[in-house]
Write a protein that binds this ligand. Structure first.
Ligand code: NAD
Ligand code: UDP
Length: 319
């Protein structure tokens, strides 16, 4: 049994990770400031004596004794990370410094949840880890993209200076139950719109692509990465290589919900990447990992979740 810190453990991915780590017999400390997370994601874990919740902002130091740290704290949806951009940079950069400091003092292994956004609007397709990316340093997405890039730099600096066991994963678009209904990401938006027969908002002409990974596959990939030998540091792409246009996603959601929604076109936000698909050769080789949930199957489970949430708590779902 290990004692494991999950920062951002009250969020969409963090809460599933906490749950999985508890299932595997570990002690879990969840640190979250609930900026985008929700107590409802972890409420069911509070009774477990091996689970501990700390309201904490990672831009401040944290003093706990742990064996492993998963650093997930950071808003992930464009509308939320753009709302307070300087705070997003601080969360990425000061958060990384504080958690690396904690890992250094305790000797803990530490994993950084980086992102496909480090590739920006990529000119290499599919994206391989060796690609340096195409990021606008002063655009509306830069607080997140450059913050995450700087966090990768910090992880690498600590590794080079101290030989600490650091791990970096680059997560590609991930979806599933517990996504926040108001976080504006494409999967939750389309499902909620379709379930309520509202117009489906296509930004741009809908020809931009994304590759969607179901949350169980993603969490499995994170844990496998943490459990690699110390010389496996990454960065390693974790995502589902199945690539879809945003229009294809909208049509699939309409079909699966049997919705009467119409598609409407809205302006494409600045710097919106035109294409995204992970090359997961490294993950297959080093983690013996690849996703197993096809988009249609994952969407059905996510639709079921939002359908229930709409019935139980329409206020929480109001956008
Ligand atoms: P999320 O917004 O649901 O979760 C992030 C959590 O971090 C929330 O609980 C939030 O309250 C917390 N948080 C934010 N700032 C904090 C701070 N300063 N101190 C403490 N807690 C803070 O997002 P998610 O989708 O679960 O993403 C989790 C991680 O995975 C993030 O680091 C994100 O960048 C990364 N990621 C996610 C995706 C995806 O598609 N879901 C893609 C790429 C990378
Ligand atoms: N998108 C869209 N309609 C929406 C929300 C998003 O067409 O209601 C598009 C968005 O412009 C982007 C893609 O869907 O091209 C994925 O957006 P999301 O915010 O989920 O993630 P990211 O852009 O960070 O990959």
């Amino acid at each position: 049994m290990s004692r494991i810190l999950v920062t951002g453990g009250g969020g969409f991915l963090g809460s599933w990770l906490c749950e999985k780590l508890l299932e595997q017999g570990n002690e879990v400390i969840c640190a979250d400031n609930f900026y985008t997370g929700s107590k409802r994601n972890i409420y069911h874990l509070l009774a477990d004596p091996r689970f501990e919740l700390i309201r904490h902002d990672v831009t401040f130091p944290l003093y706990v004794e742990v064996d492993e740290i998963y650093n997930l704290a950071c808003p992930a949806s464009p509308i939320h990370y753009q709302k307070n951009p300087a705070q997003t940079v601080k969360t990425c950069v000061h958060g990384a410094i504080n958690m690396l400091g904690l890992a250094k003092r305790t000797g803990a292994k530490i994993l950084q949840s980086s992102t496909s956004e480090v590739y920006g609007d990529p000119e290499v397709h599919p994206q391989v880890e060796e690609y340096w990316g195409n990021v606008n340093p002063i655009g509306i997405r830069s607080c997140y993209d450059e913050g995450k890039r700087c966090a990768e730099t910090l992880f690498n600096c600590y590794r080079m200076e101290t030989n600490m066991p650091v791990k970096i994963v680059r997560i590609f678009n991930t979806y599933g139950p517990r996504m926040h209904p108001n976080d504006g990401r494409v999967v939750s938006n389309f499902i909620l719109q379709a379930l309520q027969n509202e117009d489906i908002t296509i930004y741009g002409d809908g020809s931009q692509t994304r590759s969607f990974c179901y949350r169980d596959d993603l969490v499995d990939g994170l844990i496998r990465m943490m459990n690699t030998p110390d010389d496996v540091t990454g960065p390693i792409n974790i995502g589902n290589p199945g690539e879809f246009t945003i229009l294809q996603l909208a049509e699939l959601v309409i079909k699966l919900t049997d919705s009467k929604s119409k598609l409407i076109k809205m302006p494409l936000p600045a710097d919106d990447p035109k294409q995204r698909k992970p090359d997961i050769t490294k993950a297959k080789k080093l983690l013996n990992w690849e996703p197993t949930t096809p988009l249609e199957e994952g969407l059905k489970k996510t639709i079921e979740y939002f359908d229930k949430l709409l019935a139980e708590d329409p206020e929480f779902c109001r956008r």
